[in-house]
Design a protein around this ligand. Structure first.
Ligand code: ZN
Length: 314
């Protein structure tokens, strides 16, 4: 009895908020940077099962946030970006075997123009018996580089062709390459999705923004335990808000309600460093040159994390 109770407590302490994950390709060794092997997928699915995680449809999580219902700590949502054939050939059977629901985000042009590596509309309709089909743009463009009108055109064209072929209106959207900023987000929201999901590592809690839900990528051999440990950090970002004009991130200023002496901050290509926390506030001068097109600044306090994505302008 004691052992059962102890192991139960152990399992409970591992849980922390809900988590959304994204896969891309399955059992496709030509593309190791976006691939999950069949063996690895089975291993991950078995992990969820063995440690009491419940894989739920995205809709259930979105509705719980909307209706202010409790977000269960053991909830896991599985998404797949890009309608690659490898999901149909190697992934779907494993999802079916575990009876795990999923949402697949469709890059419309690829199916419409029958690109060889992508699923046909017929295959997508077949897949929709097991999971939901959602929207991932028409042309899979780099949205932050485009004019307002071109972004809107991509949505309008893609949604029209999506509905014509799949006979449903997608409820959720994911950005191509996970690239967005406030302007892109505003345009995406105007197309009436129930939720928009980014590709910033993290967790989903009661206070998560439905139009900016964090999602961690599962590629190659992943450390699920590490990713599942993260909780959602309710944070107000004061700085940075946008990519700095000269490309130098001067300081990081974030307000939280956390009680902690220290936090960790991460900047892409610069790694982690320590920061002091005063009354829940982090205010640190960093003076770091941003080195990537997609730069992520992450704050971590008490295993809770919040991310700001800074997209370099062209
Ligand atoms: Zn994509």
């Amino acid at each position: 009895m004691k052992i059962v109770l102890l192991s139960l407590l152990f399992v409970i302490t591992l849980w922390a908020d809900a988590h959304i994950f994204v896969y891309h390709r399955f059992g496709d060794s030509r593309h190791p940077s976006t691939d999950t092997t069949k063996q690895e997928l089975i291993k991950e699915f078995q992990y969820f099962k063995d440690f009491g995680y419940k894989v739920i449809p995205l809709e259930k999580l979105v509705n719980a946030i909307k209706d202010k219902e409790t977000i269960q700590d053991n909830w896991v949502v599985l998404t797949i970006d890009d309608n690659f054939k490898s999901f149909y050939d190697n992934g779907l059977e494993i999802f079916k075997k575990f009876n795990y629901p999923f949402s697949l985000f469709v890059y419309v042009e690829a199916s419409e123009k029958r690109y060889p590596d992508y699923l046909t509309w017929q295959q997508l309709r077949e897949i929709s018996k097991y999971g939901s089909l959602e929207f991932h743009s028409y042309a899979h463009p780099h949205l932050t580089n485009m004019s307002d009108q071109s972004i809107k055109d991509d949505f309008s064209k893609g949604l029209k062709i999506f509905k014509k072929n799949l006979h449903v209106r997608p409820k959720y959207y994911t950005y191509p390459y996970g690239e967005y900023d406030k302007r892109v987000e505003k345009i995406a929201k105007s197309f009436g999705f129930d939720a928009i999901i980014n590709q910033n590592m993290g967790a989903v809690g009661q206070k998560s923004d439905l139009f900016d839900l964090d999602r961690s990528a599962l590629v190659g051999k992943t450390n699920l335990k590490y990713l599942l440990k993260f909780k959602y950090l309710d944070a107000i970002w004061l700085e940075p808000l946008v990519y700095p004009k000269n490309g130098v991130l001067k300081s990081i200023h974030v307000k939280t309600k956390e009680r902690a002496f220290g936090a960790s901050i991460y900047v892409s290509k610069h790694g982690w460093q320590k920061a002091k926390v005063n009354d829940g506030n982090i205010d640190k001068t960093v003076n770091l040159k941003l080195l990537k097109k997609r730069n992520r600044v992450i704050i971590s306090i008490n295993d809770k994390i919040s991310t700001k994505l800074l997209m370099k302008d062209n």
